[in-house]
Design a binder for this molecule. Structure first.
Ligand SMILES: [Fe+2]
Ligand SMILES: [Fe+2]
Length: 482
């Protein structure tokens, strides 16, 4: 009998899917493992592969208390295959097969579609590790360094999660895709990662925090939609990934929040009331709020692009097939088939952004993107509360969905952050008011001096409210030279 709650650490690959009884898949994964480790050595955190890092490792998939913390060298991290427990009597929650028992094998007619969904999701996981590999060297504290590495090893584990599904359910094709996932490289001209935002550089820690807040959150929404899947192994895989993803959201939100906090505190200490006096704020060695707003504009819009075209037949097909649902599908009060329903989609109408009702089935990307915007907005409000508490007069805002887009309805339009459509020349002339300029990037880069004394933090970021695993403020989260 397979223990589906506690993780078996007896095999080289920890798991709760009974790998020791599934010799074929165990063999396939063991053949893939050395290539994965080579990839991790080449593309994982640079300069810290021998350091001891205080990491959490899953020991169960129980929603409460599933992880234990200990010092680990990252290449020795126990990446495993972990699925959330099966739900008794679960049925397909949407689409043509609504109400039928969920599938434990891939329905033949949906093979190609499902494989593509797995590969696209899988490709983002190693990509972010690659994007973030240089950051250890400039960490603002050991606490932050540890959080970066925790996110990195878990993104590595998410790759394992997708590779397991590919190898178990897609035979030779799946093995080939699993190898390709190790061959593409973020930002590579010849073999880039599949999605735009995952080929951008993450050059500094503010970018990292923005990325985990905005871009990992796209991942969260995609996983939420896949967690609804009628293909039960995918649903269970995604449900467990989401418990890990919560920490990535925390790292991003609190990282930006602490940056904001430090800026406002430094302004108050220096008696600076005007947030737009960028030079004076920068003279304090902190990141001025207008520049933070520009970073928000950039990372939010790059992440909106990840939702794809507003109108999408692929999304409609995946929904009809019962493979990819909506955010919180089971909590939505409708027929879950969407045959007659409509949904408002933001389009360019007579040169202005306007909502137009379209068949709801074709607008699923738009809907997921809207759910994303709501989720993101809540985090931004919490940042604004931090600013308000310090008395500084400034609010961070999410830009309009027409601003700075490369995919979908607004990819050819030029819009202000307020959503006003303007001529391209004007947009170009004002670009640096809205998006980080190279001078902004240089300034942020100039702050990225590493701090590695336990309990100390770089000047531009406030310490966290609490330690990881309730550790005290001066805890040595990374033993760099051990
Ligand atoms: Fe992930
Ligand atoms: Fe993540």
């Amino acid at each position: 009998m397979i223990d589906t709650i506690n993780v078996n650490y007896d095999t080289t690959i920890p798991n709760n899917v009974g790998l020791s009884e599934d010799r074929r898949i165990l063999k396939a994964l063991e053949r893939w493992h050395p290539g994965y480790l080579d990839w991790w050595q080449d593309m994982g955190p640079e300069g810290f592969q021998e350091s001891l890092v205080y990491l959490r490792t899953a020991v169960a998939v129980d929603p409460k208390g599933w992880a234990k913390f200990d010092y680990v060298r990252m290449p020795e991290y126990r990446w495993g295959i972990l699925l959330a427990p099966a739900e008794e009597g679960r049925t397909v929650p949407f689409g043509e097969h609504f109400g039928e028992p969920v599938w434990q094998e891939v329905p033949g007619e949906y093979r190609a579609m499902l494989r593509r969904l797995l590969v696209i999701q899988g490709d983002t996981e190693p990509a972010s590790v690659e994007q973030q590999r240089h950051l250890g060297k400039t960490a603002p504290s050991l606490y932050d360094m540890r959080n970066l590495f925790q996110v990195n090893v878990e993104e590595g584990r998410h790759l394992w999660a997708m590779v397991y599904l590919l190898q178990k359910y897609f035979g030779a094709d799946g093995r080939e895709e699993a190898n390709e996932l190790l061959n593409r490289r973020s930002g590579d001209v010849d073999k880039p990662r599949m999605l735009g935002a995952f080929n951008e550089a993450t050059p500094d820690w503010l970018s990292f925090f923005m990325f985990t807040f905005f871009t990992d959150r796209d991942g969260k929404l995609q996983l939420e939609a896949l967690a609804q899947s009628g293909f039960d192994p995918l649903s269970r895989t995604c449900r467990f990934m989401l418990t890990e993803e919560a920490h990535h959201m925390f790292v991003g939100e609190s990282g930006v929040g602490r940056t904001i906090q430090r800026t406002c505190e430094a302004m108050n200490e220096a008696g600076l009331a005007y947030p737009h006096d960028i030079e004076k704020v920068r003279a304090l060695g902190v990141i001025d709020l207008p520049t933070l707003q520009k970073k928000v504009n950039l990372h939010y819009t790059l992440s909106l692009d990840l939702f794809g075209s507003e109108i999408s037949t692929n999304a409609a097909n995946a929904f009809n097939a019962g493979l990819k649902g909506r955010f919180h599908e089971t909590r939505i009060d409708d027929d879950h088939r969407l045959l007659d329903a409509t949904y408002p989609v933001l389009k360019l109408v007579d040169g202005r952004p306007e909502n137009v009702d379209v068949p709801a089935l074709s607008a699923l990307n738009m809907r997921l993107r809207n759910d994303y915007a709501v989720d993101t907005g809540k985090g931004v409000e919490r940042w604004n509360k931090i600013i308000a508490r310090t008395g500084v007069d400034f609010q961070i805002r999410l830009p309009h969905a027409a601003f700075h887009r490369h995919i979908g309805e607004f990819s050819t339009a030029h819009a202000t952050p307020d959503g006003e459509i303007i001529a391209e020349a004007e947009w170009q002339a004002r670009r640096d008011d809205w998006l980080p300029s190279s001078a902004d990037a240089d300034y942020i880069d100039s702050l990225m001096t590493p701090v590695s004394e336990p309990g100390r933090f770089a000047n531009w970021i406030a310490p966290p409210k609490a330690g990881i695993d309730n550790r005290p403020g001066d805890f040595e989260y990374v033993k760099i030279d051990d």
